[in-house]
Design a protein around this ligand. Sequence first.
Ligand code: NZQ
Ligand code: ZN
Length: 387
Amino acid sequence: MLNFNYSIPTKIFFGRNKIEVLAEQVKNYGSNVLLVYGGGSIKRNGIYEKITDIFNKNNIRFWELPGVEPNPRISSVRKGIEICRDNKIELILAVGGGSTIDCAKVIAAGYYYDGDAWDIVVDPRKIDNVLPIASILTLAATGSEMDAGAVITSLETSEKLGTGHKDMAPKFSILDPTYTFSVPKNQTAAGTADIMSHIFEVYFNNTKEAYLQNRMAEALLKTCIHYGAKAMEEPGNYEARANLMWTSSLAINGLLSYGKDAEWSVHPMEHELSAFYDITHGVGLAILTPHWMEYVLNDNTVDKFVEYGVNVWGIDSIGDKYEIAHNAIKKTKEYFVSLGLPSSLREVGIEEEKLEEMAKQATVRGKLGNFKPLEAQDVLNIYRAAL
Ligand code: NZQ
Ligand code: ZN
């Protein structure tokens, strides 16, 4: 296990009706709030009304930034920064999924940045001060509710880039699983694939002796497999939604990656698909993941796939290593398909045309991952296999 410093500063309020803490928590930071949300799901399921009632009863003044897009745009970030500067905002409250929370994070960092907000997406080292942000999560997927990262898209340049700063982690997040009952099936499936991918990105790794982190990762993967399917069948099943929601936070908040030297690879490949074709993040991951697994399977990595197959999928450990590994990858793919997720790029309208350009752009900051480092040609091979 490698050395690490533990710090997971976000306070979590988890469970039914936990919105009751909202006013008291907000007041720790001030009484001028920017409420950031997406395309209207929070109005349809009643969460918006609950929040605004609480604000009105508690003399909390609020401004709104509605309409944050899935794959949030830098243009929404710029709008938000303007509202914050014009109104002396003291806390940004994001209500929604990862897109809304990510947008709020970069607004918070951009507020103090003297220049165009895209600069701090391209180069996170330019961030030195951040307004407090908080979240009310409505979709279990990205883990943005408990991490310090954000991913923003520039449509003009077909770029989707990750940025981050320790102070971009939400000060508090309210996780009420009932708020995810209204998440449609396609987003439930994509969210489950996203959580699993966050776990894979650190599980498939060369650091030895991280036994504890590996067993925790397997527990989280099994939880996704079990409850992802359950939430698809019964969208209002509290136990399923609660387990997915907490897994989404634990998958990426640092617990699994502490003590490991984990460089991600499937995520940067997927971000190009979303940047060029605006597809749903979790869908892109579900398509690419089994092909990435097959591509990186070799004599150095096969034991890790055996560990995965035996511990997560319950495959018999006696037998040919490669057979177990291929079987584990097959089960992963079949699971995604069982959730109704597409399994090829063509199904989401992606053809050969831009694959080369995307592979180049994915590796512009260097090779991807360290389980098996990938160059542009490797990324292209994986894209082609996924066609
Ligand atoms: O916009 P609204 O109307 O709210 O509808 C959203 C949106 O259409 C809907 N939705 C959310 N909660 C709902 C609901 N519909 C009904 N009932 C509810 N309770 O779901 C749609 C997708 O929302 P979005 O926020 O885009 O989804 P997700 O949470 O999957 O976020 C995806 C974004 O996060 C980034 C992705 O790249 C992508 O841009 N990521 C952020 C990460 C991070 N900050 O750490 C890590 C991830 O790997 C990921 O890259
Ligand atoms: Zn993700």
